[in-house]
Design a binder for this molecule. Structure first.
Ligand code: F6P
Length: 363
């Protein structure tokens, strides 16, 4: 059977295990020899026990677990050619020429570069007598399929990334808990949520929790935001609301690009309205714990599609990323999605927020 390996890279997210499970089982079902690569690219570079053959039962009882059972890491060695040469050796000597990478845009870009270099890496290994001519010929094509695992939902091309839905559940649960105490004490709560430079988690949770105000990176507020915020909070209180909830995305900024932090918002509220105000920073609570049903199924569907993409690949097939498009698992050109994702970051850096939002839209 064909050699196929799966690994998780970058920050973990809920639902990655469902994806790993699906890749392993679909791979075995289709007759592949399937391997885990532990600790992301680091395990690929180090080889040894990090690359282990998987069987049907090695992925039993993991679908409900958060994080990734095969570990994840940010690897500096893979950034250098020397590291990639070691990785290529570790794959070729095990007959692995199909890779499923589950990670963010950085991890997917690394996989693409690896594929582009594959031929020259094998040439170097052959020249150094590390591999045989037969191996050079037999394993000359490397195929890549990616999936995006991230709570941030910051990748262009997919409606949802694996982990986002679970993070939303976790945040909503926390807000519901806070609302009880806010109501009892007539307090204002400011909640900082993750998302890096993406406001998706903040926007969706603010809608689902009836928050009064939300700050996100993609829509910096007008310069008079302090007045607008205070007017809104005051108006809600006057109309009988006993509490206020404000959501701040961790990457929120003003029109000059300066951070709008939970502390800054608190100071504005306290100085102007003298409201009893508290801050809750949810942190990594959002990224852990049991995956939602949606993320489990998303991981399963994407994993199966990734394996099918690899099995159908021809030497000319470009690396793909499996995406969700209107509840369909589809294959999109990996590098086009990465380029668009990077273009969003550039548009944000250029303070062209309209363009950033437009680029983030559906494919
Ligand atoms: O990308 C996922 C994420 O949780 C972001 O929301 C957050 O900014 C970042 O990772 C935190 O990184 P770390 O786990 O390295 O502290």
């Amino acid at each position: 059977g064909k050699g196929l390996a799966v690994f998780t890279s970058g920050g973990d997210s809920q639902g990655m295990n469902a994806a790993v499970r699906s890749v392993v089982r679909m791979g075995i079902y289709l007759g592949c020899k399937v391997y885990f690569i532990r600790e992301g690219y680091q395990g690929m570079v180090d080889g040894g026990d990090n690359i282990e053959e998987a069987n049907w039962s090695s992925v039993s009882s993991i679908i409900h677990k958060g994080g990734t059972i095969i570990g994840s890491a940010r690897c500096m060695e893979f950034i250098k050619r020397e590291g990639r040469l070691k990785a290529a050796y570790n794959l070729v000597t095990r007959g692995i020429t199909n890779l499923v990478v589950i990670g963010g845009d950085g991890s997917l870009t690394g996989a693409n570069l690896f594929r582009e270099e594959w031929s020259s890496l094998l040439d170097e290994l052959l020249a150094n007598n590390k591999i045989t001519k037969d191996q050079r010929e037999k394993y000359k094509y490397l195929h890549i399929a990616g999936m995006v695992g991230s709570i941030d939902n910051d990748f262009c091309g997919t409606d949802m990334t694996i982990g986002t839905d679970s993070a939303l559940h976790r945040i909503i649960e926390a807000i519901d808990a806070i609302v009880s105490t806010a109501y009892s004490h007539q307090r204002t709560f400011i909640m900082e949520v993750m998302g890096r430079h993406c406001g998706y988690l903040a926007v969706v949770t603010s809608l689902a929790s009836e928050a009064d105000f939300v700050f996100i990176p993609e829509a910096p507020p007008s310069v008079d935001w302090r007045d607008k915020l205070c007017d809104k909070l005051e108006q809600e209180r006057k109309s009988g609301q006993r509490l206020n909830i404000i959501i701040v995305a961790e990457g929120a900024i003003d029109r000059e690009g300066k951070p709008i932090t939970a502390e800054l918002v608190k100071k504005v509220v306290v100085d102007n309205l003298q409201q009893d105000t508290r801050i809750t920073v949810l942190g990594h609570v959002q990224r852990g714990g049991s995956p939602s049903a949606f993320d489990r199924i998303l991981g399963c569907r994407m994993g199966a599609e990734a394996v099918m993409a690899l099995m159908e690949a021809t030497p000319e097939t470009e690396p793909c990323v499996v995406s969700l498009d209107g509840n369909q698992a589809v294959r999109l050109p990996l590098m086009e999605c990465v380029r668009r994702t990077k273009a969003v970051a550039q548009a944000m850096a250029d303070k062209n927020w309209d363009l950033a939002v437009q680029l983030r839209g559906r494919s």
